[in-house]
Write a protein that binds this ligand. Structure first.
Ligand code: FEO
Length: 401
């Protein structure tokens, strides 16, 4: 297995996880990569590692370039185990290595490993080390997305190793942004941002502003997942700023589940009303759709309608789980409504509306609910509900233009 040189003397020595489909509960239909980098200088450095079970792959790549015992500098940008999981294996081999990380990074490493005898040096924003020709400058990025997170900048190469930020869960052997489909790449970025970084929009804006203020010249961004940005790093920076500012398409996603198809049938009139208002609509049944995919689609569009039947006076469980996950991601800048059928008591639609309100989203009330199965009159009512909701979405969307 080869290493790949991304800049003179800087080599990707990571792993491609083609098969992972469940990344701690986040469904990853495209797999992922764990990117890390060996820097061949007077002192040899390793920036991040790979997930534990891929350590052998990383060692094989490193051995094409050098004896791993010669690594003297380790940089741990992030203590989550998909990147830090192999430090103990490295430590056993590279006995003269000093490991640089943030204070919270050290805390994380101390909790995950027996770090007795490890030479760990704590660094903060503004600190730098030289390894010969190259300089490593550290930029703390707390809560992007863990408290310990930091980035490493190598000014001689105008290279920002950005850790999780600007990444994508996408297994790719070609490594670079200019060698993949741009549509798929954009979809992968939105997926990753929506499911991991959505709560941190304000932090992202502040951190990008800080990087700009530092005056760093960047001609390559190398995240720890997915493709490396060598052709168009501005693309991902602009996408992040847009998403942090709440950019969305003027459209509606209907996320629903159904028991005996009544809530599903209700959605048809609603869809027709939305389309006749000239608006795009996506429809996702949750039992057929990964939760993380539904979250991605939610994030793409300005409006969401949640369809839920009532089960034991409550929302259908898949819908409750979806809204629970969404709430944790602290979404903003979206307008929401709810619909669904019930058999006798009802309750799911009002519960869904209350959860949406608790997220401080713009909520359209009342919801649309009916008993048992929709008839032709109910179709018409759903059509009007869909038209009205689309109009509200359009009106709300204007605030962001
Ligand atoms: Fe890819 Fe936060 O680890």
């Amino acid at each position: 297995m080869k290493a790949q040189e991304i800049k003179p003397g800087i080599h990707w020595v990571g792993a491609i996880d083609w098969n992972i489909r469940d990344f701690h509960g986040y469904i990853t239909p495209r797999g992922t990569t764990y990117n890390n980098f060996l820097v061949m200088d007077r002192k040899i450095s390793l920036v991040d590692t790979v997930k534990y079970e891929f350590a052998d792959v990383m060692f094989e790549r490193i051995k094409r370039l050098t004896n791993p015992e010669k690594i003297e500098v380790g940089i741990c940008n992030h203590a989550e185990m998909d990147h830090a999981g192999s430090w103990d294996k490295i430590m056993r081999v590279a006995k003269n290595m000093t490991l640089y990380t943030t204070e919270r990074g050290k805390e994380g490493l101390d909790k995950h490993f027996d770090t007795t005898g490890w030479d760990i040096q704590v660094v903060k924003t503004g600190d730098e080390i030289k390894t010969g020709e190259k300089t490593f400058q550290f930029i703390e990025t707390p809560m992007l997305h863990w408290p310990d997170s930091m980035m490493t900048y190598i000014p001689e190469d105008k290279l920002l190793i950005s850790q999780d930020a600007f990444g994508q869960h996408w297994a790719q052997a070609v490594l670079f942004d200019d060698r993949v489909s741009q549509d798929n790449l954009e979809d992968a970025i939105i997926d990753y941002y929506a499911n991991i970084l959505m709560p941190f929009g304000n932090l992202i804006k502040a951190k990008i502003a800080e990087i700009q203020k530092l005056g760093l010249e960047i001609d390559m961004i190398a995240p720890d997942h997915g493709v490396i940005w060598r052709k168009n790093p501005e693309k991902v920076l602009n996408m992040y700023l847009d998403m942090a500012n709440g950019k969305a398409e003027e459209g509606v996603v209907i996320v629903y589940d159904t028991m005996w198809h009544s809530t599903e049938m209700m959605s048809r009139g609603i869809q027709d009303g939305i389309v006749d208002e000239g608006m795009h609509v996506e429809v996702l049944k949750l039992r057929e759709t990964a939760r993380s995919t539904a979250i991605k689609e939610f994030w793409k569009y300005r409006g969401i309608l949640v369809g839920t039947p009532t089960l034991n006076n409550l929302m259908f469980p898949t819908i409750a789980e979806f809204l629970h996950s969404l709430k944790g991601l602290r979404p903003s800048g979206r307008i929401a409504g709810a619909f669904g059928s019930y058999g006798w008591g009802g309750g799911a639609v009002s519960e869904a509306l209350n959860v949406l309100k608790s997220m401080k989203l713009e909520v359209v009330e009342p919801g649309f609910e009916l008993k048992y199965r929709p008839n032709e009159e109910d179709y018409k009512a759903g059509y009007e509900f869909g038209k009205l909701f689309a109009q509200k979405v359009r009106e709300y969307h204007r605030k962001f233009e």
